[in-house]
Design a protein around this ligand. Structure first.
Ligand SMILES: [Zn+2]
Length: 158
């Protein structure tokens, strides 16, 4: 058995009047990510981590933000597509570990649902998806509530 790790990072600006979609679910809040798709930083960073581990480029290679097809897209579709590509390369998702950085609102209560939804898109059990949420201690754009960011590490085996 051989193992590969990949890392992914994403950040979106937050603006009023946008839905706050994180980890495949809508979290009630008055601001949401600005983006071509639904702006789900967790799904996007996760795609990059998976593509990185698989040696398959990055999210922009597979889902260019110039393509009208992806305008307002549910980012779980990106994860489902990534999973298909991994299947074709006979790669198994062992684990994904996520850090979401957001000043407000508190994400802790939403984490179990996010894990469940993300795991379903990846075709793995929820215990293979780990999620942590933290603030940026009031510092920088994320700390001022102007942006949301996520880091993901994915481990694959073959
Ligand atoms: Zn993104």
């Amino acid at each position: 058995m051989s193992y590969r790790c990949g890392i992914g990072y994403d950040l979106h600006r937050l603006a009023e009047g946008r839905k706050l979609i994180i980890g495949g679910i809508e979290v009630p809040f008055d601001k949401g990510p600005v983006g071509h798709s639904d702006g789900d930083v967790v799904a996007h960073a996760m795609c990059d981590a998976l593509f990185g581990a698989a040696g398959l480029g990055d999210i922009g290679t597979h889902f260019p933000d110039t393509d009208p097809k992806w305008k307002g897209a549910n980012s779980l579709l990106f994860l489902e597509h990534a999973r298909k590509l991994l299947d074709e390369k006979h790669l198994t998702i062992e684990h994904v570990d996520v850090v979401v950085i957001l000043e407000k609102p508190k994400l802790g209560p939403h984490c179990p649902k996010m894990r469940e939804v993300l795991a379903k898109s990846l075709g793995v059990s929820a215990e293979k998806v780990h999620l942590k949420a933290k603030t940026n201690e009031g510092v920088d754009a994320v700390g001022r509530g102007e942006a949301i960011a996520a880091h993901v590490v994915a481990t694959l085996s073959s």
